[in-house]
Design a protein around this ligand. Sequence first.
Ligand SMILES: Cc1cc2nc3c(=O)[nH]c(=O)nc-3n(C[C@H](O)[C@H](O)[C@H](O)COP(=O)(O)O)c2cc1C
Length: 366
Amino acid sequence: MTFKEKLHTLSPMLYPILKEILFRLPPEKAHDFTLRVASLSPALGKLMGISPDPRLSVKIGNTIWPFPVGLAAGLDKNAEALAFFSAQGFGAVECGTITMRPQDGNARPRMWRYPDEKSLRNAMGFPNHGLSDIWNRLHAFERTTPLGANIGKNKESDRDQSIDELALMMASLEELVDYFVINVSSPNTPGLRAFQERTYLRELFKELNRVRGGKDLYLKIAPDLDGDKIKELCETAFDCNLTGLIATNTTIMPERGPGGMSGEMLRPRATYIRSEILSLRTTLELIGVGGVSGFSDLLKFWEEGGKVMQVYTAYIFQGPDVLHRIKRDALRFVEFIPQKSLQEFFDLKLSERQERIREFRKAYPA
Ligand SMILES: Cc1cc2nc3c(=O)[nH]c(=O)nc-3n(C[C@H](O)[C@H](O)[C@H](O)COP(=O)(O)O)c2cc1C
């Protein structure tokens, strides 16, 4: 066994040790420290991460994800550690939310941990370095994994200004990323969720469709919506030729404090929203996010017609182990079904996919 291979076998032990140290720091300090280390050492990302397996790649929109789980927005807001996160083996990495001008976000503290409930609460308010800085970083970065840019409006921008800003950001980033996400669902920019309104979105997407250059385009939605609103958003997304939706952002729980909750406490709400969207059986793609922490979340999502998901909070609590465990179970699934790859599985009709999952569950009860 080479030294490198030996290190790789030891890597599952690294994160628990690192977590012990990180969880003694205030959450945002731990986050900043992790990002600094990650930005300096992509090799560490590879060492602790998963290796690609061609049987696990999935096509979503015009993009092929080498693994069915990507990194959700907000962890690498400023695109500082993309090489590290790509090397970890995520199916896609989403940077942002990026705004046109740099902004500081809300006052600190603005991130809280709930270790017993494996959840986080944040009220960040889009702190980020702004388009110009992030453009420079993305321009210098060589993509090895699909890359998404999540973009949003500056806090002070009004309705019309926000359309101009988002279109300009998209036009300038178009050659540097594989997909775009419009974030109008953060609970931390006052009044932002009102931008999930139909007339605004139609006007916005009309402008964005002029500049998106064939790139995939998603709308990220809040979990705090009722069935009618979900239906309306799906219709709007379909009419405006979007690739699909990302569901969901964090959920408000005022009894816990300001901001939005993520992780296990978000899971029931996010799962309900995803089920509602998938039950509409549209041709829109859906990227699932919110409370995803293991293969059982993927299996449920696949059973309802979804394909790929993202993680944030489970990655904070489990580290790269979340990827290792999902990879192990996803390979067990692929080896069980008659299809040779996940993509072949997704090419089946939904009823056939459901049958394969039923058989798998019988063979491997949870
Ligand atoms: C600290 C923190 C910051 C976040 N920042 C963003 C952001 O800038 N843009 C965005 O679209 N989502 C952001 N999110 C939401 C995540 O992308 C994700 O939708 C949400 O956390 C639910 O997934 P999870 O349960 O796996 O964490 C943030 C989440 C957290 C915890």
